[in-house]
Write a protein that binds this ligand. Structure first.
Ligand code: SAM
Length: 249
């Protein structure tokens, strides 16, 4: 029975991998609506909640170059805004943990785009915290949210918060978190992030060396406080590192 469900799980993961790698890059559009609709048509966005959240946050406010192309784009400071399909995938993996009133942490918040989508999902009674170690990017992410009244309101009412800090330490002040997303690849899973995960919560994190083989891990904390780790998908992210090392290899 156990073997059969494990086989079913592996088949599902492989199908998802195939889907991601064949469909992921075909979702580019010329408007936000077209991009998000294609992500849905290509099966990357599955739920209406994630669709609505991504429709309501215009990527052009967070990315100057080719905002509606489904690939990562440079945003300065040796970093990128992740590709739209990666954002969609992350939101889908976390969506059950991003219900109204929940708390979310976005480590390596960069442009602020994903934090804004997470804030949208947790609603006005929840909180999404973006932590980023480059202070200029924290200022930029606030400017980006201020570009539209809807995201500006989330900043004004504390639904979306941005802080400067080393994301490997998490941000215990607003924890524990129901959902934690890490947007850069860590050599190992930081213990502080597991500790700040609420019971029943989920952490997703790319793990692996800079320029080497990296995988997205899903870590679920049970209601008893134990954790289950799953290696999920091969990915490619900039490293979760020291500020100095980010600029100089
Ligand atoms: C691929 S970018 C993702 C940005 C964001 N998710 C987006 O799409 O705009 C990774 C981010 O992680 C940040 N980062 C790397 N190491 C970090 C650390 N130790 N603490 C906080 N942020 C870090 C980088 O500065 C960069 O902004």
């Amino acid at each position: 029975m156990l073997a059969r469900s494990f086989t079913a799980f592996c088949i599902a993961v492989n199908a998802l991998r195939a889907n991601l790698f064949t469909m992921a890059w075909r979702s580019s559009g010329t408007t936000n609506e077209e991009l998000i609709s294609k992500l849905k048509a290509n099966g990357i966005i599955k739920s209406d909640r994630v669709f609505q959240a991504m429709i309501s946050v215009d990527r052009a406010n967070f990315c100057k170059n080719k905002p509606y192309v489904d690939s990562p784009q440079g945003i300065g400071y040796a970093v990128t805004i992740s590709a739209p399909h990666m954002h969609a995938h992350a939101l889908e993996l976390l969506s059950e943990h991003l219900q109204e009133g929940k708390r979310a942490l976005d480590v390596g918040s960069g442009s602020g785009y994903l934090t804004a989508c997470m804030a949208k999902l947790v609603g006005s009674t929840g909180k999404a915290v973006g932590i980023e170690h480059i202070d200029e990017l924290v200022s930029l992410s606030k400017q980006n949210l201020n570009r539209s009244p809807e995201t500006q309101e989330m900043l004004d009412n504390g639904q979306a918060v941005f802080v400067v800090g080393d994301g490997r330490q998490g941000y215990p002040q607003y924890g524990p978190y129901n959902a934690i997303h890490v947007g850069a690849a860590a050599p190992t899973i930081p213990q502080a992030l597991e500790n700040q995960l609420a019971e029943g919560g989920r952490l997703i994190i790319p793990v692996g060396p800079r320029d080497g083989r990296q995988y997205l891990y899903i870590i679920d904390k049970t209601n008893e406080g134990t954790t289950n780790r799953k290696r999920f998908l091969p990915v490619s992210f900039v490293p979760l590192t020291d500020k100095k090392k980010q600029y100089w290899r």
